[in-house]
Design a protein around this ligand. Structure first.
Ligand code: AVI
Length: 314
């Protein structure tokens, strides 16, 4: 995708989603350069355990993970983030590997490739593409050897149940019986812990969320007054997810010039910007089974509430 295609998709989505009821913005637009830096900061917060827990589980169990994958030579990571998770995993083997990194963000790909550049047994290839398209084009290139596809960081949590089922089904359909899939998912935990993870006392999560309005102002000629919004994170028990909103603290008119959109927000009206689904270990296995996988092994950090699950196609 070219930068201009990405900007027009952004404009089109902003126009569409801001007119829905309730008003919404797709969470993928949280990740411009500043948003990605703020997300990295979130991962360092003591209240946000996902990244640390996953790194620890990968480090503790990487030898065992590779013992389930005899002859694996190819890794495909969907959304590699800063590359540190994959680096931790590959330190569990000295066998030569090729890693394909798939992401829509060129910046994320360069950063991950840089992190992985000193892993001696690894050759890195980047693919700037949506996950499914990138994976399918990589899997069309016959390698002959088993491939491990990775979807880490609880990125699955930002897909709704239909979206995650569709994604998992496409991943399963692109694998052969000798390939495997490693997925990291955040687990249901006490509401107070989730509240602090998504509305931290330092205000980093709030800044991460608000930045999407700053981005609309800058890139699409928006007129959002950022001082008149507050971040709100709520546990939605019925749907097993955290919901994030930007709440207007006063009545205000907003224009977005690039898409000729003008609308009024009431005092207290919320824009729904993100949801983060939380799984149970068995619930995740059921979701995998319903999408064409069977579970091979699962490693759980009970303190942090995080599960890493290895699966193959059924
Ligand atoms: C990227 N994703 C898994 C994060 C999450 O926990 O859902 C995004 C995030 N949003 C607010 N804090 C972190």
């Amino acid at each position: 995708m070219t930068p201009s295609t990405l900007i027009s998709a952004f404009a089109e989505d902003v126009r569409h989603y801001l007119q829905l009821s309730p008003r919404q913005l797709p969470s993928m637009y949280l990740y411009d350069a500043l948003g990605s830096a703020l997300f990295d900061a979130i991962c360092e917060l003591p209240w946000y355990a996902i990244t640390r827990a996953e790194m620890q589980v990968l480090e503790q169990h990487r030898a065992e993970i590779f013992s389930h994958l005899p002859g694996v030579t190819r890794l495909v990571e969907l959304g590699p983030g800063d590359g540190r998770k994959l680096k931790t995993l590959v330190e569990g083997t000295s066998d030569p590997l090729i890693a394909h990194l798939v992401d829509v963000s060129d910046g994320a790909l360069s950063r991950a490739a840089h992190t992985l550049s000193d892993a001696l047994n690894l050759r890195v290839v980047t693919h700037q593409a949506p996950f499914e398209d990138g994976l399918e084009s990589i899997m069309r290139e016959e390698s002959g050897d088993p491939t491990l596809v990775l979807f880490l960081g609880s990125n699955i949590g930002n897909f709704d149940l239909r979206g995650s089922a569709a994604l998992l089904q496409r991943i399963a359909a692109s694998l052969t019986p000798s390939d495997a899939f490693l997925i990291g998912a955040d687990l249901v935990k006490p509401e107070r812990d989730l509240q602090l993870a998504y509305d931290d006392p330092l205000g980093v999560s709030a800044a991460f969320n608000l930045n999407v309005l700053l981005r609309i102002n800058r890139e699409l000629g928006g007129t959002f007054d950022l001082t008149a919004f507050r971040h709100r994170a709520v546990w939605n028990a019925a749907c097993s997810r955290m919901d994030m909103y930007l709440v207007s603290t006063r009545q205000q008119r907003v224009r977005v010039d690039a898409v000729d959109l003008e609308f009024q927000l009431r005092e207290g009206e919320a824009i729904w910007t993100e949801s983060s689904y939380k799984y149970t270990p068995d619930g995740l296995i059921t979701q995998l089974e319903n999408s064409g996988f069977e579970s091979m092994a699962q490693w759980i950090d009970h303190d942090a509430g995080f599960a890493l699950t290895l699966a193959r196609t059924s």
